[in-house]
Design a protein around this ligand. Structure first.
Ligand code: NDP
Length: 326
């Protein structure tokens, strides 16, 4: 038997509970993993509360990521005892996920755990931190360098945002952190932000073009905030967009693109090709400061996850939440 969070749906909505399951409940897959840690990401909050149609079928075990040890494998690249990470590929959405003591997945979805990361640390990073790295790598690939000017991070106290602040500061960028929780300014500065601004500066209606403020940005918020970020990005600057915490809409004009050559870089973490995943995890392993990561991480057990799902959606969870499933 193993314990897992199980989501079911009835006329009143999604019901989440912790249940005991057997191996017969595991899905198809060629690698079975004893899960050590999962994490609570924004998308897991949407899945557990049913506030957005993240889950494709019920019953479903949520958890878009996990770390753990291979228990059995029919895949040539993995053998029992191997330490692995999984994130994305629709796990926790269409395929039972990481909020469970056991998971069965396709071996081609697994990334070997980099030797300098522990399973806990990998999940302290989790999908959110790995997405932050994908965003930074997208900006760097676009030619953004520290001498070009300030880099803005929106939703800076969230999981993606907190890690993005630490990673960008680690590479020498001057980071401006935008947050609704200005009382956490000290924490954001400790992560490496040079300046902290209130998100209200960016979240209301704006002009097609504004005074330029940023060389680049990592945006986790979308909607009017992303529109304002685009209209205040300097000539030739780049914005990596990965999130929708304010909303899925984007009320912008073509002005930033056709008059300032601003680049809008879409970042998806779920179906990124394997070589980009390995690059991102390797960079995280070498670049992300352990103390900074620990300072933004809270650990909870499986039984504590369900009430936290509402909180992450209302922006009340700071940084990263690691779930010890055992
Ligand atoms: P968190 O909930 O941890 O962070 C989101 C942050 O956004 C909050 O902490 C808050 O930051 C800010 N925020 C919340 N509500 C609003 C609002 N109404 N207006 C403006 N800002 C708001 O989530 P994650 O860091 O896990 O994820 C961030 C976003 O990125 C989510 O939308 C998620 O779906 C997306 N994402 C996308 C991925 C991809 O593959 N593209 C992968 C991972 C995440 P503060 O308190 O600092 O204001």
């Amino acid at each position: 038997m193993h314990r897992a969070i199980v989501l079911n749906k009835n006329d009143e909505g999604v019901i989440a509970s912790v249940q005991s399951l057997t191996d017969a409940d595991l899905p198809e897959g060629d690698v079975t993993v004893q899960v050590a840690y999962s994490t609570l990401n924004y998308k897991d909050g949407l899945a557990i509360t049913g506030k957005a149609p993240v889950v494709k079928q019920y019953p479903m075990v949520p958890g878009v990521d996990f770390s753990g040890t291979v228990e059995s494998s029919d895949h040539p690249d993995f053998k029992p005892g191997d330490a692995v990470i999984l994130n994305g590929w629709g796990v926790g959405e269409g395929h039972p996920g990481g909020m469970s003591q056991k998971a069965r997945v396709k071996g081609e979805w697994l990334v070997p755990l980099p030797s300098v990361l522990t399973p806990r640390r990998a999940m302290a990073v989790g999908t959110a931190g790995y997405t932050a790295m994908l965003c930074m790598l997208a900006l760097v690939r676009q030619g953004v360098t520290p001498d070009k000017g300030d880099v803005l991070v929106t939703g800076a106290n969230g999981g993606v945002g907190s890690v993005a602040v630490a990673l960008l500061a680690g590479r020498g960028f001057n980071v401006v952190a935008s947050t609704g929780r200005i009382e956490e300014a000290g924490h954001l500065k400790a992560l490496g932000a040079s300046e902290v601004i209130h998100r209200d500066e960016l979240s209301g209606p704006g002009k097609p073009l504004g005074k330029t403020r940023w060389a680049a940005a990592v945006d986790t918020v979308g909607s009017q905030t992303l529109a304002n970020v685009l209209s205040t990005t300097q000539y030739g600057g780049s914005v990596a967009a990965c999130g929708l915490a304010q909303g899925m809409d984007l009320p912008t004009t073509v002005a930033p693109f056709i008059l300032r050559g601003v680049n809008l870089l879409g970042v998806d973490s779920v179906y990124v090709p394997m070589e980009r995943r390995v690059e991102a995890w390797d960079c995280i392993a070498t670049e992300l400061d352990t103390d900074k990561l620990e300072s933004m991480t809270t650990e909870v057990g499986l039984d504590e996850v369900i009430p936290l799902a509402e909180k992450i959606l209302s922006g009340q969870v700071r940084g990263r939440t690691v779930v010890d499933v055992n």
